[in-house]
Design a protein around this ligand. Structure first.
Ligand code: FPP
Length: 263
């Protein structure tokens, strides 16, 4: 007799989980959650149905990351370019954000997870800003994992903002031009205390960065999966981590140098 599907999935998840090397976990994982619209359309539903189901994947992924001991998880929840979508879809997404953030505060606190946000947050609808600020405040003491939502965010916007702030400092003679280097530039990013992501996952079979963390992903390992975001489950996160752990991160050095360093 064939094994029930849920049993096979549970076994696969357990197998993949066991393959993870706990000593080589990425501290920071970033995710471009893509494919919600297509997932809904494949089912003859409105795109918003895909976003609603995407929330389950957010929950599963955050839970799996926290259980593993990932210190930072950054999710691309709404890009600057997403403001160009039909108003109806934007409103639905904003509404979903309000509800989800509100519903999850208790779970975040129970699990010692701190919610953080990056992006041009002034642009968000009033209600979203209120809910978000409340959740940021109420979870600010948590220390196990930082769950970062990129909202009204784009990498180029963030770099331009940093350049503007630096220019003002120079103009006001608070900073000299020869002090500007990569380290200083990084300190002008939205969340400068968070290390660059070691692993960036994008779902839905698209092979692009789409203006996400343009500065921070200079040396990030990229992982692409065909899975549409609403289908993304714990096992998919485990698979991405196992794949990441099999890679050699050279940062411009040769393979031999890396092996010698390992001693
Ligand atoms: C991309 O799919 C997804 C988004 C623009 C929004 C992601 C939002 C959620 C998963 C829901 C809320 C999230 C949080 C953090 C509470 P798409 O619409 O571009 O899909 P498509 O490429 O198939 O059109």
């Amino acid at each position: 007799m064939n094994k029930p599907l849920y049993l096979s999935i549970m076994e696969e998840t357990k197998d993949m989980h066991e393959k993870i090397d706990r000593g080589k976990l990425p501290a920071h994982i970033a995710i471009i959650m893509d494919g919600n619209g297509r997932w809904a359309q494949q089912r003859g539903e409105h795109r918003v149905f895909g976003h609603q189901n995407g929330v389950d994947s957010v929950r599963e992924t955050a839970e799996a990351a926290a259980e593993l001991g990932i210190r930072y998880l950054t999710l691309y929840a709404f890009s600057t370019e997403n403001w160009n979508r039909p108003r109806e879809e934007i409103n639905a997404l904003m509404h979903l954000l309000v509800i989800t953030i509100n519903n999850e505060i208790k779970t975040l606190n129970d699990n010692n997870i701190r919610l953080r946000a990056m992006g041009n947050l002034h642009c968000l609808d009033k209600k979203v800003k209120e809910e978000l600020n409340e959740a940021l405040e109420k979870t600010s003491h948590n220390t196990r994992m930082d769950l970062v939502l990129a909202l009204s965010y784009s990498g180029r916007w963030e770099i331009v903002e940093a350049a503007k702030s630096i220019a003002i400092q120079v103009k006001e003679e608070k900073l000299s031009v020869d002090k500007i280097n990569e380290k200083l530039f990084s300190s002008y990013m939205n969340l400068p205390d968070i290390p660059d992501p070691e692993l960036l996952i994008r779902t839905s079979g698209e092979f692009r960065i789409s203006n996400f963390l343009m500065w921070q992903t200079a040396y990030t390992e990229l992982y692409f999966t065909q899975k549409l975001w609403p289908d993304f489950r714990k096992n998919d996160l485990y698979e991405a981590i196992v794949d990441f752990q099999q890679r050699e991160r050279r940062f411009g050095k040769t393979s031999e140098q890396i092996i010698n360093c390992k001693g």
